[in-house]
Ligand binder design. Structure first.
Ligand code: ADP
Length: 454
């Protein structure tokens, strides 16, 4: 619409301007011509047809189409195109009448074929009106000029209009295409496909928008991964104390003649596991509330003591599987850690050693100090881990033989949580194949030094 309005303006304005210019120049030109005629006739004092004829003969036609000279009664004294014998007749043209009243006049008529200019003026001599001069010009030149200008402007305008429409069409098709791809990507993310990205090639505003969108979806994807990881880790962490409670209650149920002291001990242990469960739940709630790294509560932890507590819970599992569990624990193996985390590590490793063992197999737990490190070794005589799987068993959701393990019902998360937790406490964990068969897990922590944590 704006382009069309501009084009109309550029078509009309120059034509109007040109016509005004032509009008002005024609007016002054004709007034000059009239003045020349009037001033040439005025000295005659009184106008007669013959005298006028003589003067006009000397002046010539001045390239005018018609010149009429009248006396004060509007009687024609001279007519340059006197084909019909107008001389002596009245010329009652409005221009002549107004000139006889002492007023000059000028009119300009424009048609597409020609311009018609008319001018009149009184012939004054010593304040007396002697008659009137009327001149008329018919010209096709100016009309042709204006029409050519109009025609050229029209053609240029049509060209500009077509070009503008084509350009607008291609530009909007191009922009629409890009906007469509952005909308497609947004819909993808809205439908849960966090991997949907927009191709960014240039540097304009849409590319900037796309880059921002991609950065946003990157963050969304990471948050989603973290969320999924959090949910699976959280449920696994909750599983450990729940399994403990289950195993302890199984021990009570399966032993008919359980001594009251032992029963009491088991119930106390169940209570402790419930407390651990509460602590873990609180820790998880805290994690969801705070996006910052949680300040871990750490103490000097006697690892041997934690192992003994974990063993109580795992005993029933070992008995059910007919697996013997033995411990060789050095005293005073103390590290700076969170006791729930250490329990989680020991429980997971020993539980695996029992779970993936054979009927009648053995599990042996060693704890000792060597070169300012506390080492924990869990040996089993179980099914073992194939060499090619060893580098992957600490990966999340990695399970060695899914068919073999389906009856055990694990999630493949335990060892990855063990590794994360061990590393969080500055330790390391490794798995080996034992020459005698079965698996060895070895965990090392820097031992507790009072000066470091004073
Ligand atoms: P889950 O036991 O829940 O499947 P883990 O991360 O604890 O997950 O263990 C990963 C895999 O490593 C297990 O599926 C199992 O195949 C193997 N694995 C772990 N510990 C042992 C072990 N002591 N003996 C043999 N295989 C083991």
């Amino acid at each position: 619409m704006i382009i069309v309005a501009c084009l109309i303006m550029t078509n009309i304005y120059p034509v109007i301007n040109m016509r005004t210019m032509l009008y002005e120049s024609k007016k002054s030109e004709m007034q000059n011509q009239e003045s020349v005629i009037a001033s040439s006739l005025a000295p005659l004092g009184k106008l007669s047809a013959d005298d006028v004829e003589k003067v006009m003969y000397l002046i010539g036609d001045m390239n005018l189409t018609r010149i009429i000279i009248t006396d004060t009664s509007a009687t024609v004294l001279y007519d340059s195109s006197d084909n019909e014998g107008n001389k002596g007749k009245y010329a009652l043209l409005p221009e002549i009448l107004s000139a006889l009243e002492g007023k000059s006049s000028f009119s300009y008529e424009f048609t597409s074929e020609a311009t018609k200019s008319r001018a009149s003026q009184p012939i004054m001599y010593r304040g007396k009106n002697l008659g009137a001069v009327y001149i008329y010009e018919y010209s096709t030149e100016e009309a042709e000029l204006v029409m050519a200008l109009r025609g050229n402007l029209g053609k240029i305008s049509i060209g500009v209009f077509v070009l503008a429409i084509l350009l607008a069409f291609f530009l909007s098709a191009f922009l629409n295409g890009r906007l469509r791809s952005i909308v497609r990507a947004i819909k993808g993310v809205a439908a849960g496909n966090y991997g949907s990205r927009i191709d960014v090639k240039g540097n304009d505003e849409l590319d900037e928008l796309s880059r921002e969108f991609n950065a946003l979806t990157d963050r969304l994807q990471k948050t989603e991964e973290l969320r999924q990881r959090f949910v699976s880790d959280a449920s696994h962490e909750l599983k450990t104390p729940l399994a403990g409670i289950r195993l302890l209650s199984d021990s009570i149920v399966q032993n008919d003649n359980i001594p009251p002291e032992l029963l009491r001990e088991f119930v106390v242990d169940i209570g402790q596991e419930a407390e651990r469960l509460t602590r873990i739940t609180e820790k998880l709630l805290e994690l969801t509330r705070l996006d910052v790294k949680r300040q871990e509560i750490k103490n000097a932890v006697d690892v041997g003591q934690v192992i003994n507590e974990s063993m109580k819970m795992l005993r029933t599992l070992a008995e059910n599987k007919d697996v013997t569990v033995g411990c060789e624990l050095e005293d005073n193996c103390i590290i700076w850690a969170n006791s729930d985390d250490i329990h989680q590590i020991v429980f997971n490793l020993v539980e695996n050693a029992i779970k993936y063992n054979v009927v009648g197999g053995n599990v042996k737990v060693f704890l000792y100090m060597k070169e300012s490190m506390v080492n924990l070794i869990i040996d089993d005589t179980g099914v073992g881990i194939p060499q090619e799987d060893l580098p992957h068993i600490f990966d999340r959701f990695y399970r060695v033989d899914k068919a073999r393990n389906s009856d055990v019902g694990g999630s493949g998360l335990g060892l990855s949580i063990v590794k994360d937790t061990v590393e969080k406490h500055g330790g390391s964990v490794e798995a080996f194949r034992r020459e005698v068969g079965g698996t060895r897990f070895m965990v090392s922590f820097p031992c507790y030094k009072e000066d470091d944590h004073a």
